[in-house]
Design a protein around this ligand. Structure first.
Ligand code: AMP
Length: 436
C-alpha cells in the first residue's frame, strides 16, 4: 500500500493504544509516589509569553537559541510553546500567590513539551515530561528527597538498574562568577580546538563547555580548571550534606564534576540519570536547584529544586527491560447475539456488565455466531456470553470459557454475579466508580 497522503509532522508521534498502556502506568506511578510525598498536580498552559522562558532559562542556552517554537499572536505578542516545565511552574507560583502558602510548595506535572530539535531516536519535537518542583526550602535534605523520589519512580518502573545517577554542584552565583573567569582564562588561546558552538558559548556561557559532547571539547574539558578550587565553604557544605543524605537513603550515585545541565537557572546541586550503557546520550531525566529563579521572575528570594524526566525515553528503557505494564484495556467479556430479540436483550446486559466494572464488548452487527466467536478470540476475551432467540425465550444464556473452549447453559438471572465471581472481580456498585 502506498503511504497515506497525510503523515504526522516531523518529530511528532502518535501515541497508539499499546503505548498508552505505558503512559497510563507511568502517570499512575508518578501520581502515587508524588501524592505520598505531599506533592499536588499543576498544569500550566502549553504556550506562554516568550519572556517567561528566555528570561529564566537564559538567552545563551541551546533551548532558547535554537529549540523554541516561537510564534506571534494576532495582537503581535511573541509567544512560545513551552520547552520545559520549571519556568511556567514558577510563573504560576508567583501569579497565584503560592508564596503566601506554608512553604515549601510541592508541585508535580505530567505534560507535553515542545522543542525544535533535530529528530532522532528518543528526541522528538513534541514529547512528554513528568516532573516535580519543591519551592521555598533550601535545606539539602530537599535535594536528597527529590533525587530519592526520582530514583524511587525509576525503581517502580523497573528501569533503575539501567540507569546511573550523576551528581554535581555548580555552586551559587559568587562561585560561578569566579569559575567563569577561570574557565575563560583557560580556554582563551585554545578556541581553535573547540567546536563552533563552544566557540560561541565561551564568553556567554563558559560552563556549557564542560558538558559539550564533541570529542575535542571533552578532552579540553577534562583538563579545564576544577570547580572545587573556587567553591565557597557554604557550597561545599551543602553538597557534602546532599551526598550524606543520599547515602542515608541508599541511593547509589556517581560524582561527575563535568555535569552542569544546560540552563542558566541552576545553582548548587545538579543531577541526571544516565544510561548505564551509553552514558549521557540517553539520559532519562535530570534536575537541580534553582535558588535564584523565583527572584529573577519578580518574586522574593526563594530557594527551590526540581526534576523532570522524559516519558518517551522512560518507555524505551521499560521496553528494553522487558517491562510490560498491566493491560487495563483487556476485554473480559464478549456478548454475542443472534436475532432481533436477542440483540435487544443484549444491549441492557452489556450495560449491566459494564456497570459492574467489567470490560465488555458486544457484537453490534448481524454476523453468524461463528464470526462473532472469531471476534471474541481476536479480543482475547476471557468469557463469551451467547444469546439466541431460544435462550431469550427460556430465560437462559450460554456462558463460554474462551480459554478452555467449554460452555454451559445457565439462567440469565444472576449471570452478572456469576461472571463477576468467575473473574474474581469486585463489584463496583458500592464503590466510587472512578476510584483507582
Ligand atoms: P532536560 O531538562 O532538557 O535534561 O530534559 C529532561 C529529560 O526530558 C531528558 O533527559 C529527556 O529524557 C527528556 N527530553 C528532553 N528533550 C527531549 C526531546 N526533544 N524529545 C524527547 N525527550 C526529551
Amino acid at each position: 500500500m502506498s503511504s497515506p497522503k497525510y503523515q504526522s509532522s516531523k518529530g511528532t508521534h502518535d501515541i497508539l493504544p499499546d503505548d498508552h498502556l505505558y503512559f497510563s502506568f507511568i502517570k499512575k506511578v508518578v501520581r502515587h509516589r508524588c501524592r505520598e510525598a505531599g506533592f499536588r498536580r499543576i498544569s500550566t498552559p502549553m504556550f506562554e509569553n516568550v519572556d517567561v522562558f528566555t528570561h529564566s532559562l537564559g538567552e545563551a542556552t541551546d533551548i532558547v537559541e535554537k529549540e523554541m517554537f516561537v510564534f506571534e499572536s494576532k495582537s503581535g505578542k511573541r509567544m512560545a510553546l513551552r520547552p520545559e516545565g520549571t519556568a511556567g511552574a514558577v510563573r504560576a507560583y508567583l501569579q497565584h500567590g503560592m508564596h503566601q502558602l506554608p512553604q515549601p510548595v510541592e508541585l508535580y506535572y505530567f505534560e507535553p513539551f515542545f522543542r525544535y530539535s533535530r529528530p532522532q531516536k528518543g528526541r522528538y519535537r513534541q514529547f512528554h515530561q513528568l516532573g516535580f518542583e519543591v519551592i521555598g526550602e533550601q535545606d539539602p535534605a530537599v535535594d536528597a528527597q527529590i533525587i530519592y523520589l526520582a530514583h524511587k519512580i525509576n525503581q517502580d518502573l523497573g528501569i533503575a538498574d539501567r540507569l546511573k545517577l550523576q551528581i554535581n554542584t555548580i555552586g551559587g552565583p559568587e562561585d560561578r562568577k569566579k569559575f567563569h573567569e577561570d574557565l575563560v582564562n583557560f580556554y582563551t588561546g585554545k578556541e581553535r580546538s573547540l567546536c563552533a558552538d563552544c566557540q560561541k558559548r565561551l564568553h556567554k556561557n563558559p560552563l556549557r563547555l564542560l558538558d559539550c559532547k564533541e570529542e575535542d571539547c571533552q578532552i579540553l574539558a577534562s583538563m579545564a580548571p576544577k570547580f572545587d578550587h573556587v567553591m565557597s565553604e557554604e557550597t561545599k557544605e551543602h553538597y557534602q550534606l546532599v551526598k550524606e543524605f543520599l547515602d542515608e537513603l541508599k541511593v547509589p550515585y556517581e560524582e561527575n564534576p563535568q555535569l552542569v545541565r544546560g540552563l542558566d537557572y541552576y545553582t548548587h546541586t545538579v543531577f541526571e540519570f544516565w544510561s548505564q550503557q551509553d552514558g549521557a546520550q540517553n539520559a532519562t531525566g535530570g534536575g537541580g536547584r534553582y535558588d535564584g529563579l523565583v527572584e529573577l521572575m519578580g518574586g522574593q528570594p526563594t530557594p527551590a529544586m526540581g526534576y523532570a524526566a522524559g516519558v518517551e525515553r522512560t518507555i524505551e528503557y521499560m521496553k528494553e527491560a522487558g517491562i510490560r505494564p498491566p493491560n487495563k484495556d483487556r476485554i473480559q467479556i464478549f456478548v454475542a447475539q443472534l436475532g432481533h430479540i436477542a440483540k435487544k436483550r443484549s444491549l441492557s446486559l452489556l450495560n449491566e456488565l459494564r456497570e459492574h466494572g467489567l470490560n465488555t464488548v458486544g457484537s453490534a452487527g448481524k454476523g453468524s455466531i461463528k464470526s462473532q466467536m472469531r471476534m471474541a478470540d481476536r479480543l482475547q476475551a476471557h468469557y463469551s456470553l451467547i444469546l439466541g432467540q431460544i435462550e431469550v425465550q427460556e430465560g437462559t444464556i450460554i456462558l463460554r470459557d474462551m480459554d478452555k473452549g467449554s460452555q454451559e447453559t445457565v439462567p440469565i438471572d444472576g449471570i452478572v454475579d456469576m461472571v463477576v465471581d468467575k473473574l474474581g472481580g469486585k463489584k463496583l456498585k458500592n464503590r466510587t466508580l472512578w476510584e483507582e
